[in-house]
Design a protein around this ligand. Structure first.
Ligand SMILES: C[S@@+](CC[C@H](N)C(=O)[O-])C[C@H]1O[C@@H](n2cnc3c(N)ncnc32)[C@H](O)[C@@H]1O
Length: 251
C-alpha cells in the first residue's frame, strides 16, 4: 500500500507547503550564488575541500567514465572528475538553480576545464537522462535541500548503470557531545553573522544550520538508500560526523 504524501514539509525549522519549500530553497541559492565559494571556504576553514577530495578518492573514477554531479552548484567535484575521466569520458554538472549553474559554468571555463563537461538545469527528483547512463553519481551538500528525497534517490538509481556507484556527501549528525555543543554554538551564532557580513544574507545561513539539524541521520539515510534499491550501502563519518559520505551500488 502506498503511503499518502504529506502536503507540508520542513524548510529548516519551519513547516511549509511543499511548493513553498522549492521556492524558498531557490531563493536561498539565487541569493548566495555569487558568494557561495567564498562562504564555503570561510565557514569550513577550507575543510570542505578535504571532504570533497576524499569523495573523489573513493569514487573509483577512471578515464572514459560518465559521471553525474547532481546539485553540483559551483562545480568543485565536476572539475576534479572532468580531469580524471578525460576526453573519452564525460561529466554532467546538473543543478535546479540557474544562478548556481551560471556561477559554476563561468568558474569551470575560467579554470580551463576540459570540453567534456555538460551543464544541465535539472531537478534531482526527476532526472532528465536515459536509464542506465552513468558510472558514478555524486550529490554533495544537495540532498538536504531536495523536497522529495526518496524520489531523488529513486531517480538517481534509475539513471545509474548497473554496478554504478551513488555517493552522497552531506552534513550529518555529530557523535561527540562536546563537539555537538561547540558546533551548535558556531552554527546558530557565528554562521548567520558571517552570512550577514559577507553575503548580506543572514537568513540563508540560518536555514543552512536548521536544515542540517532536520536532515536524516547516518543510519536513516543509509536505510533510505537501501529502500531506493541500492546495495552495499555504507557511510563514513568525517570530522566527527559533521559530514558523512554515504555510498551505495546499483545492483
Ligand atoms: C549547498 S549547494 C552544493 C553545491 C556543490 N555540490 C558543493 O558541494 O559545493 C546545494 C545545491 O543543491 C541545489 N539543489 C537544491 N535542490 C535541488 C534539486 N531538487 N535538484 C537539483 N539541485 C538542487 C542548489 O541549487 C545548490 O546549488
Amino acid at each position: 500500500m502506498s503511503e499518502k504524501k504529506k502536503d507540508t514539509i520542513d524548510f529548516g525549522y519551519q513547516e511549509v507547503p511543499v511548493d513553498e519549500k522549492v521556492k524558498r530553497v531557490a531563493g536561498v541559492f539565487h541569493s548566495v550564488a555569487g558568494k557561495y565559494d567564498l562562504m564555503n571556504d570561510l565557514m569550513s576553514g577550507g575543510i570542505h575541500r578535504l571532504w570533497k577530495r576524499l569523495t573523489i578518492e573513493q569514487s573509483g573514477a577512471r578515464a572514459g567514465m560518465k559521471v553525474l554531479d547532481i546539485a553540483g552548484g559551483t562545480g568543485d567535484l565536476t572539475l576534479k572528475f572532468s580531469r580524471i575521466v578525460g576526453p573519452t569520458g564525460g561529466v554532467v554538472l546538473a543543478d535546479i538553480n540557474d544562478s548556481m549553474l551560471k556561477v559554476g559554468r563561468d568558474k569551470l571555463i575560467n579554470s580551463g576545464a576540459a570540453g567534456n563537461i555538460e551543464y544541465v538545469q535539472a531537478n534531482a527528483e526527476c532526472l532528465p537522462f536515459e536509464d542506465n547512463s552513468f558510472d558514478i553519481i555524486t550529490i554533495a551538500f544537495g540532498l538536504r535541500n531536495v523536497t522529495d528525497k526518496d524520489a531523488a534517490l529513486a531517480s538517481m538509481n534509475r539513471v545509474l548503470k548497473p554496478g554504478g556507484k551513488l555517493m552522497v556527501l552531506e552534513f550529518s549528525k555529530t557523535n561527540n557531545p562536546l563537539l555537538t555543543k561547540a558546533y551548535d554554538f558556531y552554527s546558530f551564532n557565528v554562521l548567520p553573522q558571517m552570512g550577514r557580513v559577507i553575503a548580506n544574507d543572514s537568513e540563508s545561513y540560518r536555514y543552512l544550520a536548521e536544515s542540517i539539524r532536520m536532515h536524516p541521520d547516518q543510519e536513516t539515510l543509509k536505510q533510505m538508500m537501501a529502500n531506493a534499491g541500492f546495495v552495499n550501502c555504507r557511510y563514513q563519518n568525517m570530522t566527527g560526523g559533521v559530514v558523512a559520505l554515504h555510498t551505495g551500488i546499483k545492483p
